[in-house]
Design a protein around this ligand. Structure first.
Ligand code: BTN
Length: 252
C-alpha cells in the first residue's frame, strides 16, 4: 500500500515533519507544489518547508514545459532551502544526484543522469528537478514517476516509471529518503563528491549532442565535461562552449 496520503492526517504529518526536520504542507490536489512553495518563500515567513501533493493540476517542468501526472501515481514535492545552498541551476543538478542516491536505496540500479537534472532509468526519464532562487532561498521541485503503468501519449516515448521498470516504491518512504539526500548535497563540504557522482552516472558526457539554448540559438558538439558550477562543456568546431542552461538532445 502506498502511504503518501497518510500525510493528510495531522498526527502523521507532525511525526513525519519532526522526523525530516521541516514543516510540511500536504495537498490532495494542488496546481503546482513549486508555485505554492515559491509563494511561501516570497512571504519570507517559511523556513525549511516542504510542500507535497498527491496530484498536481498545473505542474511545471523546465522552460515552458508542463509536468504531467496522474492522481496518486507520482511523487510531487517542493522543498524550500533557506539560505540557498547554491545557485539554482547547480542545486537542481545536485538534486538529480540526490534522487539517484535515494532510488538506489530502494534497489533501483541502472540510473543515469542527463544534463542538466534529469534522472533516467532503462532508457526513459523517471524524474526531473526544477529550482528557483531569489538570492536568500532556493525552492527545489522534484517529480518522480512512481506507479503509472501507462503514460500520456505526449511523453510515452521519452519517459518511464519505477513500476514499469519493475520497482514497487512507497512514495512516503521515497519522500523521506530524497529529503535526507537533498540535505546531504546541500552541504558545501559534500559538493565535490556529488559532482563526481554526477560525472560517473552521466549519460550526456562523451556523447555527440545538440543543445538548444534559446529558440534561435543551438550548438552541436561533443559533451566533454561538467564544470564545478554545473555548466556543460561542449567541444564544437569553434572551440569549447560553456552551457549554463539549455535542453540537450543526444545525437550519438
Ligand atoms: C523537468 O524535468 O522539466 C523538471 C520537472 C519538475 C517537476 C516537479 S513536480 C513537483 C514540482 N512542482 C512543479 O510544478 N514542478 C516540480
Amino acid at each position: 500500500m502506498d502511504r503518501l496520503a497518510l500525510l493528510a492526517d495531522p498526527a502523521v504529518r507532525s511525526a513525519f515533519s519532526f522526523q525530516i526536520g521541516r514543516a510540511i504542507e500536504y495537498h490532495a490536489t494542488l496546481g503546482s507544489t513549486q508555485d505554492r512553495a515559491r509563494e511561501l518563500a516570497r512571504s519570507g515567513l517559511a523556513g525549511a518547508t516542504l510542500v507535497v501533493a498527491d496530484q498536481q493540476t498545473a505542474g511545471h517542468g523546465r522552460g515552458d514545459k508542463s509536468w504531467l501526472s496522474d492522481p496518486g501515481a507520482s511523487l510531487l514535492a517542493s522543498w524550500i532551502f533557506r539560505p540557498a545552498p547554491a545557485e539554482p541551476a547547480l542545486f537542481a543538478l545536485l538534486a538529480g544526484v540526490a534522487v539517484a542516491r535515494a532510488l538506489r536505496t530502494f534497489g533501483v540500479a541502472d540510473l543515469g543522469l542527463k544534463w542538466p537534472n534529469d534522472v533516467w532509468l532503462t532508457g526513459g526519464k523517471v524524474a526531473g528537478c526544477l529550482a528557483h532562487g531569489d538570492g536568500s532561498s532556493c525552492v527545489i521541485g522534484i517529480g518522480v514517476n512512481v506507479s503509472q503503468r501507462e503514460l500520456p501519449r505526449e511523453i510515452a516515448d521519452v519517459a518511464t516509471t519505477l513500476a514499469r521498470a519493475g520497482h514497487d516504491v512507497d512514495r512516503l518512504a521515497l519522500l523521506a529518503r530524497i529529503t535526507k539526500e537533498l540535505d546531504v548535497v546541500a552541504d558545501p563540504a559534500a559538493r565535490d563528491d556529488a559532482l563526481g557522482e554526477w560525472r560517473r552516472r552521466s549519460i550526456t558526457l562523451g556523447r555527440e549532442v545538440e543543445v538548444t539554448i534559446t529558440n534561435t540559438d543551438r550548438i552541436r558538439g561533443t559533451a566533454s565535461g561538467l564544470a564545478d558550477d554545473g555548466a556543460l562543456l561542449v567541444e564544437t568546431p569553434y572551440g569549447q562552449q560553456r552551457v549554463i542552461a539549455g535542453e540537450v538532445r543526444v545525437l550519438g
